[in-house]
Write a protein that binds this ligand. Structure first.
Ligand code: PAD
Ligand code: ZN
Length: 357
């Protein structure tokens, strides 16, 4: 089966035929229908990270169950599924506390991909830039048959992370003032999460006007172009001089993390969603943290529990309470993955999606 392999950092992915194991005990083979293209994948191309190469990237996938290994009870062939990324062992310190987004498994997943007998790693144990994948049953979330499967692939990362940051991590209350810094594929979902939570003002910040247009469509009440305006001054002016109740950083840059922290009022909460460079450092004066009683929090995977959150998010979409179609600006074939990365980096798309079927 075909997949997109990263052999070398800062080099294009290579489309190759790989060998995929048959689903073993507790594993499920999925015929992938689509995979969203997330900036987290591109970070591993552009940056030096702990991810071991060669690797098949992609972690925002949905598809149809092709076969199941022994002892699989959650799904059967033909089921429509969204694949949750990262290990989800269900047994570790974090999983048993309801925090599968921090899962720290006792043992790693077995190698499932190879070429000429040499192992190729699966990014985040899922590797969705491929025609098929084999993953643990625990990563598989069955969804309703009437939901459009390709569009629902975005629920596997961007939508769940963005909405989850608002609803699960920060627990934004109705009437809050919210700032979202960086309104790309994930930030746009923070915007719609804030709308869902009943935020009064949703202030979208980006450096590209087309992203700010997308943000308006997803529910932003105000937009700021950080390349042209002073973000902190404008946020204060829009919030009675106080600052926002909540700010979300959805880029992964210490400068914009500081901006998020500065944008919130005394007692406010700044949430870091963006993934910064491995060696990036943040400096700030902690005395103000005390004086202003501010909170700075991290947010992995929208603090989500995929088995609970994915079906809920799909229901919200099917009831037209959230928008997913509008997030998809362009479709690409698997062998256009490098072009999809270029379009994302250039800021041309809200979200790009690979059609894999
Ligand atoms: P994206 O490229 O679609 O969006 C990033 C946005 O930030 C773009 O619209 C840019 O124009 C904008 N931007 C860049 N610099 C600035 C700036 N200085 N001021 C304002 N806006 C700016 O990426 P994405 O939405 O796919 O991902 C965003 C980040 O979130 C990225 O770091 C990714 O790795 C991270 C992420 N985190 C999780 C998680 O679990 N926490 C999950 C998924 C993605
Ligand atoms: Zn992602």
């Amino acid at each position: 089966m075909k997949a997109a392999v990263l052999y070398e950092r800062r080099k294009p992915l290579v489309i190759e035929d790989l060998d995929l194991v048959a689903a073993g005990p507790g594993e499920v083979e999925v015929e992938l229908i689509a995979s969203g293209v997330c900036h987290s994948d591109l970070h591993h191309v552009n940056r030096d990270t702990p991810t071991v190469l060669p690797v098949v990237l992609g972690h925002e996938g949905a598809g149809i169950v092709k076969s199941v290994g022994p002892n699989v009870t959650r799904v059967r062939p033909g089921d429509h599924v969204i694949i949750a990324f990262g290990s989800k062992c269900g047994e570790c310190f974090y999983c048993v506390r309801g925090m599968p987004y921090l899962c720290t498994p006792a043992s790693p997943a077995r190698p499932r991909l190879s070429r000429g007998g040499k192992t190729i790693n699966q990014f985040l144990e899922v590797a969705t830039y491929a025609e098929r994948t084999v993953v643990s049953e625990k990563n598989i979330v069955k969804i309703r048959d009437d939901a459009p499967l390709a569009i629902c692939s975005l629920v596997a990362c961007g939508v769940t992370t963005g909405i989850g940051a608002v609803v699960n991590t920060a627990k934004v209350e109705p009437g809050s003032n919210v700032v979202v810094i960086g309104t790309g594929g994930v930030g746009l979902n923070v915007v719609q999460g804030a709308r869902l939570a009943g935020a009064a003002r949703i202030i979208a910040v980006d450096v590209l006007d087309n992203k700010l247009e997308f943000a308006r469509e997803m529910g932003a009440t105000h937009v700021l172009n950080a390349a042209k305006e002073n973000v902190i001054d404008r946020v204060k002016a829009l919030t009675g001089g106080y600052g926002a109740d909540y700010a979300f950083e959805v880029i992964g840059n210490p400068k914009t993390i500081s901006q998020a922290y500065e944008s919130v009022r005394k007692g406010g909460v700044a949430v870091v969603v963006g993934v910064s460079d491995e060696n990036a450092e943040l400096t700030f004066k902690p005395v103000w943290m005390m004086r202003q009683s501010k909170t700075l929090m991290g947010c992995a995977y929208g603090s989500s529990r995929p088995q609970v959150d994915f079906p809920r998010i799909v229901d919200l979409y099917m009831e037209k309470r959230i928008k997913l179609d509008e997030l998809i600006t362009r479709h690409f074939a698997l062998d256009e993955i490098n072009e999809a990365f270029r379009a994302m980096e250039a800021g041309e798309v809200a979200r790009g999606i690979l059609d894999l079927a």
